[in-house]
Write a protein of this length. Structure first.
Length: 302
């Protein structure tokens, strides 16, 4: 493999890993605060794509306004799901919340079939969803890089930077970190735990919408089950990195993205087993370090 080809594959791998990281953060933030696996997160990812698609195709918004509208609408969808489905079960056994999360996922998938139709829709610049200039190639020496890939990397980096700033440099971020340690004690300090938890769902869902839009631009076809496989892989990324750790979700996402692209690049005959790499990595990490790369073992009070 030539150096130029290696660099092209590496940039593609980083862009895919960034998308996985954006989705994985939603899983890890919710788990870090509520110890809940939000299985509906992949479907929230799908709704973010649909909101962006219909904002342009039906409401005739400019593409960038539609994308921003989709992010905010998806964020509020996440908060609505938390308030309606998860908050009433806050003190219930964890198995009840887990079953509810699976039920919410099934509901969102089937509602999408009814509301948006089961037929796949094209998410590409030929239909005016975003500028066709995004598909142009940028020549850097012997390396030809798609502008869309570079845009994906840039947006991913900005989104992750904003998230880190919110979590570690703002009062709401301090409250989120406090609640992840002890909800009752944080309430005694005057923090509105319900508001902070809803905000956490909003951030995770908003990042899922960003990842969903970037995913649809990379793989331009959407249908009600679009988020199933990316959501599952992002969950694997969160577990590999150490679920509950934001930095771990980022690392896990990039590990999955790089492994998927680079293994196939070096051994093309394994292209048909591309999805299996994620599960192989998950099994290896669980055997070597069950808590994940940056995860820490938490002792529960009895």
């Amino acid at each position: 493999m030539s150096l130029s080809s290696f660099l092209q594959h590496l940039v593609n791998a980083l862009s895919l890993g960034g998308i996985y990281a954006l989705i994985a953060i939603g899983y890890t933030m919710v788990y870090g605060i509520l110890r809940l696996i939000n299985f509906a997160h992949g479907d929230v990812f799908t709704y973010g794509i649909y909101f962006a698609f219909y904002g342009v195709s039906i409401f005739l918004m400019p593409w960038w306004i539609s994308f921003m509208f989709s992010i905010f609408l998806t964020a509020f969808l996440g908060a609505f799901i938390e308030k309606v489905a998860y908050r009433p079960l806050r003190n219930a056994p964890r198995i009840s919340a887990l079953i509810t999360a699976i039920g919410v996922s099934f509901f969102l998938e089937n509602f999408a079939i009814v509301a948006f139709g089961g037929r796949a829709k094209s998410f590409n610049p030929q239909t005016g969803i975003y500028p066709i200039s995004f598909l142009r190639m940028l020549q850097i020496g012997k390396v030809r890089l798609p502008i869309l890939t570079l845009i994906t990397l840039g947006i991913t980096a900005i989104a992750l930077f904003i998230l880190i700033w919110i979590v570690y440099r703002t009062k709401i971020g301090m409250a989120m970190r406090a609640i992840s340690k002890d909800i009752p004690t944080t309430r005694l300090m005057g923090v509105n735990a319900d508001r902070v938890i809803s905000f956490t769902f909003m951030i995770g869902s908003g990042l899922a919408a960003v990842g969903g839009i970037l995913w649809a631009m990379k793989y331009p076809q959407i249908y009600p089950f679009t988020g199933m496989i990316p959501g599952l892989k992002a969950f694997i990324a969160a577990v590999v990195g150490g679920i509950g750790s934001i930095q771990g979700a980022m690392i896990g996402g990039f590990i999955l993205g790089i492994s998927e692209i680079m293994i196939v690049a070096f051994i093309p005959s394994l292209a048909g087993y591309r999805d299996a790499f994620a599960y192989a990595i998950l099994l290896f990490v669980l055997l070597v370090k069950p808590t994940g790369i940056l995860g820490v073992e938490v002792s529960e009070k009895v």
